[in-house]
Design a protein. Structure first.
Length: 133
């Protein structure tokens, strides 16, 4: 509530990494989404939220394509659990220097996991080479 007037002044572009206004009685912002909005505005917050929502949605709505992929749901479930932990964690604490690269690592792992069967089937169908898995 204390940061709402300051946030509304620079809602779209934010204040910047160092120059965001600090309340006297609150020297830090513990909500990572609020901190992202203060620093980078909606231009920084919307891509982060969209990335998290799309990754969650793709994990939920991806179907197994054949019987060989039936075991993949356990990995998707584990990746979804990690992503949900990130989303909930960022709403309660500051998104520190270690967790940002880890978040991008896991979203990359999610994309790699979801794209691997499609890419492998395209390569085999083209007849150029067959990956050894």
């Amino acid at each position: 509530e204390r940061y709402e007037p300051a946030l509304m002044k620079h809602l779209v572009e934010g204040y910047g990494t160092i120059t965001w206004p600090k309340a006297d009685d609150m020297p830090s912002v513990d909500n990572a989404y609020l901190h992202q909005a203060l620093c980078y505005g909606l231009l920084g917050l919307c891509p982060l939220a969209l990335m998290l929502l799309l990754a969650c949605g793709r994990l939920i709505f991806t179907e197994d394509r054949d019987d060989a992929e039936r075991h993949a749901h356990t990995l998707r479930f584990a990746l979804m659990g990690v992503l949900v932990c990130f989303v909930l964690n960022f709403s309660t604490v500051y998104m520190g220097n270690q967790s940002v690269p880890l978040l991008f690592f896991f979203t990359g792992a999610i994309e790699g996991h979801l794209l691997k069967p499609r890419l492998a089937s395209r390569v085999v169908a083209a007849g150029s080479w067959v990956p050894v898995v």
